[in-house]
Design a protein around this ligand. Structure first.
Ligand code: BTN
Length: 256
């Protein structure tokens, strides 16, 4: 039976080591990330989770939107007040992506890939994504808060994905809808394990094993520059490693 997000059920599935996090499920919101940013600005503490059935203004990276129709996906954000450096916090997205992939694999038996740096892929199509947004202290040396937003398509919306998404988006399928709260709980469990020991970077190996597009050639547009390179992996700070046509190597950074 298709489940609705429910805070009591989510909490039931959280592991003891996660501790007492604040969890709230709402029917509709503009964007769970936007709401958590508003709450962070008002002083709400970590760790706080907000899940919505539907978003009217779901946000993706690079100013894109994230299609978030009612009842067909997981749309959630975690508010954190990390004691890590801004550089270390660039790994929050990586950790969240691995946590989603592992939870889906364990509970649903579907293998996901991760398209650097924040997209979850299933059979060559996007099934979800991560958007991490953070606020730094005035001197830029501390992260005052970070909001890690996770979106996963569980089922196709009635009538299918809109034209602009139908060739590039997909969904996990029925089983994901039936165990929505358990899946949310398991993602948080995985994430909190990594988060508590972020500097050990255990998740980098897990990320690397799921890297989408390995050995494929991509075209990169960076500022005024455009170049081609073959994906050869990620390094220990989760930068994407490329081999250029002249044989040299180059890494791509992801910003917080
Ligand atoms: C991307 O595809 O570029 C990232 C998508 C992130 C979507 C999630 S859904 C929950 C949270 N709230 C948002 O507005 N965005 C993130």
């Amino acid at each position: 039976m298709k489940e609705r997000a429910d805070e009591k059920m989510i909490k039931k599935y959280l592991a003891d080591y996660v501790g007492d996090i604040k969890a709230e499920a709402v029917d509709i919101i503009d964007s769970t990330n936007d709401e958590m940013k508003r709450r962070a600005a008002k002083g709400e503490g970590e760790v706080s989770l907000l899940v919505a059935e539907k978003q009217t203004k779901g946000r993706g990276t690079k100013g894109r939107s994230f299609f978030s129709p009612g009842g067909t996906g997981i749309y959630m954000s975690l508010l954190l007040r990390p004691a890590y450096t801004p550089e270390e916090c660039t790994l929050l997205t990586t950790m969240a992506a691995v946590s989603c992939a592992k939870a889906v694999e364990r509970l649903i038996g579907i293998s996901l890939q991760i398209k650097w740096v924040n997209d979850l892929y299933l059979d060559g199509k996007k099934v979800g994504g991560i958007l991490t947004q953070a606020h730094l202290s005035k001197d830029g040396r501390r992260v005052e808060w970070a909001v890690v937003g996770i979106g996963i398509n569980l089922s196709e919306p009635e009538g299918g994905f809109p034209d602009e998404l139908k060739d590039i988006a997909t969904a996990l399928g029925k089983k994901g809808c039936d165990i929505k709260n358990r899946l949310i709980g398991e993602i948080i469990n995985e994430f909190m394990l990594y988060y508590r020991s972020l500097t050990e970077k255990e998740f980098i190996r897990e990320y690397s094993q799921r890297l989408f597009g390995l050995n494929e050639e991509i075209t990169v547009k960076e500022d005024e520059e455009e170049f081609k390179g073959r994906i050869i992996g990620i390094d220990d700070t989760c930068r994407l490693k490329l081999k250029l046509p002249d044989g040299s190597e180059r890494v791509l950074n992801s910003a917080l």
